[in-house]
Design a protein around this ligand. Structure first.
Ligand code: ZN
Length: 162
């Protein structure tokens, strides 16, 4: 499901992140940010920060990170569509209706993303099982984190890898 970029931007602009999160998690103001106990992992001292200016939250404990849409989607366990509808209603906005063409385009895009994801995962897996390729990268100074973050992979040269 896709929405016009302008609509999503407008929606984000109207949402106050600390209000959205504050209605679900108890937070306290800390300077220009807000702090709370992270709802995505168990903790006693707050390492979850909310930055309204930047429009995102970040947890220093478990690395949870995202914007209002992602927070509601994950916290309330909703689909992307349900989240948009909920937040748009809260912001007093109309969710743009999709034409059948839009829907078809979104469907094709999704298929492509799924394909890219499958291919990426395959190359990642191949890299982790090819010691030589892996040490090539670490010898070039890339850390495990970097390799993971950029999802580096390895394409075997035999042309019929499975
Ligand atoms: Zn956390």
């Amino acid at each position: 499901m896709s929405f016009p970029r302008a609509f999503l931007q407008d929606l984000q602009d109207r949402l106050v992140l600390s209000d959205i999160i504050g209605s679900r998690v108890k937070g306290t103001r800390a300077g220009r940010e807000f702090k709370a106990c992270c709802p995505f992992h168990k903790e006693k001292t707050p390492s979850f920060t909310i930055n309204n200016e930047k429009g995102f939250y970040h947890c220093f404990g478990c690395g949870a990170h995202g914007d209002a849409i992602k927070f509601v989607q994950e916290h309330d366990n909703l689909s992307f569509m349900e989240t948009i509808e909920l937040l748009a209603a809260q912001a007093g906005m109309q969710v743009p209706q999709q034409t059948p063409e839009d829907r078809q385009k979104a469907e094709e895009q999704k298929t492509l993303y799924d394909l890219i994801e499958a291919v990426t995962a395959f190359y990642e897996k191949t890299l982790s099982s090819h010691r030589e390729a892996y040490s090539y990268l670490t010898n070039r100074g890339l850390s495990n984190e970097t390799i993971k973050m950029f999802r580096l992979g390895y394409a075997p040269s035999d042309g019929r890898a499975v």
